[in-house]
Design a protein around this ligand. Sequence first.
Ligand code: MRU
Length: 355
Amino acid sequence: MNALSLDTVLLAENEKEMIILDQTLLPGEIKYLNLSKAEDIWEAIYSLRVRGAPAIGVAAGYGIYLLADQIETEDMDEFVAKFQEQKAYLDSARPTAVNLSWALNRMEKVLLAEKDGKTVAEMKQRLKEEAHAIREEDIAISRNIGQYGFELLRHGDGILTHCNAGTLATAKYGTALAPIYIALENGWDDLHVFCDETRPLLQGARLSAFEMQTAGVDTTLICDNMASITMKRGKIDIVFVGCDRVAANGDFANKIGTSGVAILAKHYGIPFYCCAPSSTIDMSIKSGDEIVIEERKPEEVTEMWYEKRMAPEGVKVNNPAFDVTDHTLVTGIITEKGIAYPPFDQAFIRMGIGK
Ligand code: MRU
């Protein structure tokens, strides 16, 4: 089994449900869930059954299509109003990854632009096509990011990654792990991947290590606090991470712990790349200060994954799910349109991003 063969989010053949791989069960169990109700789709996003910024975007596209399809009316105004209610509900599931609102806004834009002259039934058909397009485009985008990232690699490189920005976080290939899949396709068998376990939800241990190992890559799992010694020992030549939202100046939010990795990489003089589909670049915000950071429940830190609670009852817990890496720590931002180098705002404009 190769994780690359697993689909993360699909529309079911009956077109009345979406099928997601339940990532909370990996790597122990490969189980798919069929979802059609608003609350179940919301819960799957909130609980990280489907996770990773681009995969959340794909799930949002199919999710809002399914909910729109369930609206029973022939009246377009009523259809639009109900669509917008469901859109706002899905949008509330997670705040940091821009892809959730990006995909929902894209679907709404199609609706508002094309509703005149169409019946509700025709509009539903059109929304389905758009949701499929989001998924198909994500595959192509991830592949391009992989190709650009691959060109930065040298034989024998050690690559550090944080969280999971692999095939499981997208429709296919991933962003930060896509260069490694492209390297494999090119017959490279001498790369070494180091996966930060990524406390508290262990996306590095459960997902990235699983992906890379099943793909046949030499994979080493490290606890987050081992990144420094691993770099000092000369094992890391390059860092690839994903992102959930990039600001116009190149500051970017990614899984909690990413900014620490960037600071370490700078200290040890290791190139640090953020892999970002242009849909995650939010030119409406100037810097990372404007990014809303998702706060999650304390039990993820104190209890989850442990056989018994591992912290005193009543202790205060902070559990921000993301942090913001300052653009000054970033060597380059790899998009599907090419690699942006500082100053990032100017590079994004030259690349036609955020027009
Ligand atoms: O909380 P998660 O697991 O959804 O966080 C995922 C990340 O931080 C990824 O690095 C990011 O979404 C990029 S996925 C290509």
